[in-house]
Design a protein around this ligand. Structure first.
Ligand code: ZN
Ligand code: ZN
Length: 250
């Protein structure tokens, strides 16, 4: 596996997502400089038209997010590289909206936004309906295949450079079985095929059921079987929601 992100701080949220600390963006950058990082990549939770989901910035806040971070990028350009990204779910309904537009294509076209990270926290169960509305018993069974499929489809669109915490797909399960192995394999192979990076999420390690060593062992095994230059790319991300969570990983 090719490991990326050495001496960088990757996957940082801001106050705009409504479940992070109140510190402003500049505080994160100052802390990152203090820690000796060469780069910091912001990936706050991306909005959707109509603000139909919680726990993220409003769509009307997006220009300010991009503008503020780009100003800070200029201000600190001699001390640290600042990348401006968004973490966002892939839903087909927003790739092909009623007006014929793609929300993701519009985001990709925004000046000052460097990259999109696919962070699948739920999946689309039908037009305008999502897995969080499924009955509890169904979600246990359906979430992993449903999210896995969304990730595989999302990667193929070419909109995303990174997939956040791919192994969180299995969070409702307790046992690694052949079904999960198949879902995992399809994500890993798709990432290699489209040269998309998979994130090993430090926050997932602290939560039961979110970090799966079985998945990462399989990723290594598949990657090792590929010719040189065609290996899987992996980056470690913090998923920091306050400045106190910033660290430079070894
Ligand atoms: Zn968050
Ligand atoms: Zn995140």
């Amino acid at each position: 596996m090719i490991k990326l992100g050495k001496n960088e701080i990757f996957h940082v949220h801001t106050f705009r997502c409504k479940h992070a600390g109140e510190e402003r963006d500049e505080e994160y950058i100052k802390k990152a400089i203090e820690l000796g990082a060469e780069a910091i990549a912001f990936t706050d939770h991306g909005p959707f038209p109509g603000n139909i989901f919680g726990n993220r910035m409003g769509i009307e806040e997006l220009p300010e997010y991009i503008h503020t971070l780009n100003s800070l990028r200029d201000k600190y350009k001699d001390q640290i590289k600042v990348y401006v990204g968004l973490e966002i779910e892939y839903f087909k309904g927003f790739d092909c909206m009623a007006n014929g537009e793609s929300h993701y294509k519009q985001l990709k076209a925004m000046e000052g936004l460097d990259f999109l990270m696919l962070g699948q926290h739920m999946y689309e169960t039908g037009i305008g309906s999502y897995s969080f509305s499924l009955p509890k018993e169904d979600i246990k069974r359906l979430e992993a295949p449903g999210m896995g499929q969304s990730i595989v489809e999302g990667i193929a669109t070419g909109y995303f450079d990174v997939v956040a915490h791919p192994d969180r797909t299995f969070r409702r399960r307790k046992v690694w079985d052949e079904e999960l192995a198949q879902i995992g394999r399809s994500i890993i192979e798709q990432a290699i095929r489209y040269d998309v990076i998979l994130e090993q999420n430090e926050s997932s390690r602290k939560h039961k059921g979110q970090y799966w060593t079985e998945f990462w062992d399989m990723a290594k095994e598949i990657s090792d079987s590929r010719p040189e230059g065609k290996e899987l790319k992996v980056i470690r991300g913090l998923d920091a929601h306050e400045t106190g969570e910033l660290i430079v990983l070894e």
